[in-house]
Ligand binder design. Sequence first.
Ligand code: GLN
Length: 317
Amino acid sequence: TTLSAPPLDILLEEIVREHRPRKETGAVPGNIPVLAAVPFNRFGIAVATTSGKVFSSGDADVPFSIQSISKVFTLAMALQRGRSGLLWSRVLREPSGTAFNSLVQLEAEHGIPRNPFINAGALVVTDHLMEETPDAAAHLLQFLTRQAGTGGQTGQEGGPAPFIDEAAAAGELAGSSRNLALAHFLKDFGNLTQPAAAVVENYVRQCSIMMTCVQLAKAGLFLANDGQGAPGAVLSPSEAKRIGSIMLTCGMYDAAGEFAYRVGLPGKSGVGGGILVIVPGQCAICVWSPRLDAKGNSLAGTAALADLSDRTGWSVF
Ligand code: GLN
């Protein structure tokens, strides 16, 4: 931290005060009906440190839909204990420069998605996990619950344990033509082993997991802590580093460059308005505010992280 920065708990309160009020209305995801109903002035932030402390402010104990932040954790599960197998022959590690749910590259590149964080790549990861555990979403929920439950904290903690919002999942599934199209495309190219509909259903349920900022910051801490989670190693230091690298280059879809420019940290967003960010060796940060920019990333969340990074000196650069 820079010497001029106030203590973290005070700083987080300032961030909430400054970034919660917003002039831009922003967007909400059109394909997930329940997300349109979340009050737009929600704003929460939590920081979980590698020394075992948790700081939080605002709506940090209010559960929200983690959506694509789940893609970081399914990738981590796929890389655990040598489970990656053929995964890296089925999905690349290059930024896409296209929207998260785009179909165009998938045909041009013969059914091999650019990276595991766009929808096409995440469907491949979920398919890979389903080969071992058919209910991959429930397995992910167990993993997140265990990781979120770890460590001491100085911040207040509340809210229910992580859960799957089945109504949100059903609502999204009813309008999943695009994700089904991606899955069928993958299947046609021989890059899906399970039935397309089963993969999309699992994927939509994994996206519908509800967690708080505090829980997500704690669950993501192993990525900032050389792979050490609860209990013990989740990943090797090298695997944790690599997930951070993919977050930096691909975590914000076609806004990855702009986010790296503004925030300077590996991050992963979701259309629920959450963003998980890693400060290697120091902490994991989760911010949540539901209104989105045109690329599907939280407007206030991105602005708050840019501010926090400037004021603390937290950056990988
Ligand atoms: N469930 C959402 C979808 O597939 C997740 C997208 C996101 O968070 N970017 O459209």
